[in-house]
Design a protein around this ligand. Structure first.
Ligand SMILES: NC(=O)c1ccc[n+]([C@@H]2O[C@H](COP(=O)([O-])OP(=O)(O)OC[C@H]3O[C@@H](n4cnc5c(N)ncnc54)[C@H](O)[C@@H]3O)[C@@H](O)[C@H]2O)c1
Length: 348
């Protein structure tokens, strides 16, 4: 492993997937800290609009590239965050082979880039590593219950393979690796068509549609506001001693889907009928992170309660839907609001 080149407080940081929902908030944070940021993204689910504030800034560079292709960056790099991967079930299932290749070939390309630069590496992994868990809450040492042949496997198994690659590189002393297992995260810049539960329920409530709830709605999820998550990712990258294994990052507050739906309706001030659809294959029944490792290693805990985080999130969707109505009543394809065609309200 090369020695890290950290001579000044300002670091040179590569964010793969930086034009996406979480990645763009991470870019905002790193830019606000005075770092130089190279954002790599193929814009598959991300949008340049998300990083518009930084385009043209001297400390920021956007590279339109797919991490599955060989990568080189001319400037020195101190840190690599790998967030590149479609995260919502409809997006990652649209081209499952590409999703798997993004996780495996793409992660390997970025790990090798980090090795060449002597950069520290953070992998955005997922609670999907635990599959439909038989242990609750999910601790990092739980090995998971994942179907390796189902429609979610391209993502779940892809992310598991990516973690394996990360720890192979770490054990070989080739790259200093940190792995964050991210639980459901929400906030502004989620796409209205991304098919995840928070966006589905808000968009349907605002659009006057019936709420789609899969199964009874008694399955649970834990929701982390995006600013809390970004703080956790940066703390994990910054911690000097390499953690001995992955670290869960999420909010341990546990809500049923029915409870989330009531909160959304109450905050928007409307009532809507509910349409129940069958639970998608391999949809997890319960999700709650055990976050003691993050608390102890990183001195990190989420601070934004769901009721608070929903406010700016609903505001964001109001704005996006308002702009869609004004600009294009025909609804452009990248902003099609899902109804019954959504395949899963996945917890990623
Ligand atoms: N949002 C969540 O709740 C959540 C939960 C667990 C894990 N994660 C992980 O966090 C990361 C970011 O998730 P998000 O919610 O911001 O999703 P997102 O889809 O908004 O962001 C992913 C970004 O990666 C880009 N991308 C995808 N494949 C790429 C490729 N091959 N090459 C280059 N760029 C590529 C997309 O264009 C997008 O900008 C993902 O790796 C995801 O697996 C997210």
């Amino acid at each position: 492993m090369q020695e890290r080149r950290l001579t000044t407080a300002s670091k040179r940081i590569l964010v793969a997937g930086g034009a996406g929902f979480i990645g763009s908030h991470l870019c905002d944070h790193l830019m606000a800290m005075g770092h130089k940021v190279v954002c790599i993204d193929n814009l598959q689910t991300g949008r340049k609009e998300n990083i518009r504030a930084h385009i043209g800034a001297e400390r920021f560079r956007f590279v339109d590239a797919d991490i599955c292709d060989p990568l080189e960056i001319e400037e020195p790099v101190d840190e690599v965050y790998n967030l590149a991967c479609a995260a919502s079930p409809p997006s990652y299932q649209a081209d499952p082979v590409h999703t798997m290749m993004t996780c495996v070939a793409g992660t390997l390309n970025l790990l090798q880039l980090a090795e060449r630069h002597g950069a520290r590496f953070l992998q955005a992994s997922t609670s999907e590593i635990y599959g439909d868990p038989e242990e609750h809450p999910q601790r990092e040492d739980y090995l998971g219950n994942v179907n390796c042949t189902g429609p979610r496997a391209c993502y779940d198994e892809g992310k598991r393979a990516a973690e394996a690659l990360c720890y192979d590189m770490l054990r070989a002393h080739r790259v200093d690796v940190r792995v964050a297992r991210i639980f459901n995260t929400y906030g502004p810049r989620m796409r209205p068509d991304d098919g995840r539960i928070v966006s589905n329920l808000i968009v349907q409530s605002l659009s006057g549609e019936a709420l789609t709830i899969y199964g009874s709605g008694e399955q649970t999820r834990s929701f982390c506001y995006v600013s809390d998550l970004v703080r956790g990712l940066v703390a994990l990258m910054d911690v000097e001693e390499t953690p001995d294994g992955p670290v869960n990052l999420g909010n341990p507050g546990e809500f049923t889907v029915n409870r989330l739906a009531s909160l959304v309706l109450r905050q928007i001030g409307v009532s809507r009928p509910v349409r129940h659809l069958p639970l998608p294959l391999d949809d997890p029944r319960r999700r709650r992170p055990h976050i003691v490792r993050a608390e102890q290693l990183l001195d990190w805990a989420p601070v934004v309660p769901l009721e608070e985080g929903l406010k700016p999130t609903i505001q964001w969707f109001r704005q996006v839907l308002g702009e869609m109505t004004k600009v294009d009543r025909a609804r452009p394809p990248h902003l099609v609001v899902p109804t019954a065609t959504v395949t899963a309200q996945g917890a990623t």
